[in-house]
Design a protein around this ligand. Structure first.
Ligand SMILES: NC(=O)C1=CN([C@@H]2O[C@H](COP(=O)(O)OP(=O)(O)OC[C@H]3O[C@@H](n4cnc5c(N)ncnc54)[C@H](O)[C@@H]3O)[C@@H](O)[C@H]2O)C=CC1
Ligand SMILES: N[C@@H](CC=O)C(=O)O
Length: 359
């Protein structure tokens, strides 16, 4: 049996679903020769430790027995154990937590992240972290960074590493904005009410302005560009933000939520301008040859693939030399706790396949 210990940072939508999926899939893991446990779960202030792995009572146990912690103390605790394969799972959206990655890797942790921040740091820092991983022979997996559970990162990486020339990637990269514009186009609701629905369904980032400002789509574009070994930074992405300046990130999330109805009038006007066959779509585009990275709001015909999207579906058109004018298309739920958590579990299995007995 290969034994893997997961230390889970972030027990919100994705993290809590991940715990339940790991607990429920034990038999399937055993059939693959894997024993996968989560001995430590943490939110930003509290840690709950159970050496033999948390069970279905984890929520109550976390409340009853959780204790304040520092990341350094967790690293020290893990070092006292004779655990062979240790993986830090980052299911936070935190930039501060990412500052711990180097320390974790240098102390023997592999990393699996749903959090996109590490992959969108300044290029030098991105490169530096990859050097740290190499030096310490540790793995870093992040399939859910783009398209949640959809196999987008791996597909782009495989194409590039096999020598295929990827010329363009275009599509609806955001599950929440897909849901928001699908619902807003079809239903007679205020834009702000539709955003609230997307939040309630767990599609948005903890601060929904990260989606509405285009930052989340810009991050995804950058992550894919970097898989193609392009050395862009976030500032290179041209972004059309949907957040008015007076509610931008300089104000608090609470102020934004209190004033979110300020967005309604503008979107009602945009909707009124559409003809019968059109819908609004928030798209990302990377044109490798023209060196364009762009995030924008466009009108699409309902019968086109992007216009016909439903629910929180994302759609990625990948244009390459061999695929010519008919792109390779990846489509499906682009957000949501269940698909994202399953994508993280799938990264755990991939990691288990990559590590041998002794690293
Ligand atoms: N919700 C989705 O559909 C998808 C989410 N993701 C990514 O997954 C991550 C988590 O998303 P959600 O679960 O929806 O967010 P969430 O807001 O429900 O959960 C985040 C959790 O992280 C915890 N946290 C914050 N700072 C922390 C720290 N320093 N240390 C430990 N825990 C900390 C919070 O207390 C909270 O429990 C985000 O980075 C998001 O971009 C990726 C793909 C899809
Ligand atoms: N907030 C994101 C979640 C997945 O990355 C989105 O809406 O796509």
């Amino acid at each position: 049996m290969k034994k893997i210990q997961l230390i889970l940072f972030g027990i919100g939508n994705v993290g809590s679903t991940f715990i339940n999926q790991i607990i429920q899939a034990q038999k399937v893991f055993q059939q693959q020769g894997l024993e996968i446990e989560i001995p430590i779960i943490l939110n930003s202030s509290t840690a709950f430790i159970k050496d033999e792995g948390v069970d279905e009572n984890w929520k109550a146990n976390f409340v009853d027995f959780g204790l304040p912690y520092q990341v350094e103390e967790i690293i020290d605790y893990v070092k006292t154990k004779n655990w062979q394969h240790i993986v830090a799972i980052d299911a936070t959206a935190s930039s501060e937590f990412v500052n711990n990655y180097t320390n974790l890797v240098e102390n023997g942790f592999h990393i699996i992240a749903a959090n996109k921040v590490a992959n969108t740091l300044a290029y030098d820092d991105y490169e530096f972290f990859r050097e740290i991983l190499k030096e310490n022979k540790k793995q870093f997996l992040y399939e859910t960074n783009v398209g949640a559970g959809l196999p987008v990162v791996e597909t782009i990486k495989n194409l590039h590493q096999s020598g295929e020339k990827v010329t363009k990637i275009r599509g609806v990269f955001s599950g929440s904005l897909s849901y928001i514009f699908n619902t807003f186009s079809e239903e007679n609701k205020n834009f702000s009410d539709v955003v609230a629905l997307a939040e309630a369904k767990g599609f948005t980032e903890p601060d929904p302005r990260v989606d509405l400002s285009g930052t989340d789509v810009a991050r995804k574009l950058l992550i894919l560009a970097r898989e193609l070994q392009l050395t862009y930074n976030l500032e290179d992405v041209k972004v059309k933000s949907l957040v008015p300046a007076h509610l931008a990130e300089t104000t608090s999330v609470t102020t934004f939520q209190e004033n979110i109805t300020d967005l309604d009038e503008e979107f009602q006007l945009l909707k009124a301008e559409l003809n019968e066959n059109e819908v609004l779509r928030y798209i990302g585009e990377l044109d490798v040859e023209k060196e364009i990275l762009e995030v924008k709001l466009v009108k699409e015909q309902k019968e086109n693939p992007l216009g016909a999207l439903q629910g929180a579906d994302s759609l990625f058109e990948i244009y390459t030399e061999s695929y010519g004018n008919q792109p390779l298309v990846i489509q499906g739920a682009g957000a949501g706790a269940a698909v994202t958590a399953r994508g993280v579990v799938s990264d755990v299995i991939k990691l288990a396949e990559r590590i041998d007995c002794c690293n």
